[in-house]
Ligand binder design. Structure first.
Ligand code: HEC
Length: 144
């Protein structure tokens, strides 16, 4: 009787543990997919200024009057919280980057819209998707 109760406890604990172990794992593959999709966009459009690993040391950095931001420090600079929507708005371009009179950073939202063609809802979703992939990629390269 005792062993039987003990056994069912073990089974329940194991099942619970397996559930907890599986639950976050299910979202992980999708997250990886989104982050992976953002990387080539980063390499194509951002690395030239922000550097291959985001440290702000890209080849074009020396040509700019303002140093490109170190994109691995965004969480650190924001009390350990990744400023997701602020980053989105900066890339989108409707948000001014800091207090400088001129904007050295290109307006990517406009560039992606231009590439996508017509201003249909599908195009807008496509552009938002590209920006979101980029933001998720940047979130994945944050230093703790
Ligand atoms: C022509 C060079 C250049 C390119 C290309 C570029 N950036 Fe920037 N970016 C800058 C500069 C310069 C700053 C800093 C501006 C400032 O501080 O006033 C900046 C700032 C930022 C910031 C704000 C960081 C902060 O501290 O708030 C983000 C986020 C960012 N860039 C993301 C990107 C992404 C993503 C791409 C590619 C789609 C990109 N940048 C491409 C030059 C560039």
């Amino acid at each position: 009787m005792l062993t039987c109760r003990f056994r069912s406890l073990v089974v329940a604990a194991f099942a619970g543990g397996a559930f907890l172990w599986l639950a976050p794992g299910q979202g992980w593959a999708q997250r990886e997919e989104v982050v992976k999709a953002g990387r080539p966009t980063y390499e194509q459009y951002c690395a030239v200024c922000h550097g291959p690993t985001g440290k702000g040391d890209g080849g074009a950095a020396t040509l700019l009057t303002v140093k490109p931001a170190d994109l691995t420090q965004l969480s650190k600079k924001n009390n350990g919280v990744f400023p997701f929507w602020e980053v989105y708005r900066v890339i989108d371009g409707r948000e001014e980057v800091k207090g400088h009179g001129t904007r050295e950073m290109p307006i990517w939202g406009a560039e992606f819209r231009l590439q996508a063609g017509s201003g249909s809802p599908v195009t807008e979703s496509h552009v938002r998707g590209r920006i979101l992939e980029l933001v998720h990629y940047l979130e994945s390269i944050q230093e703790q």
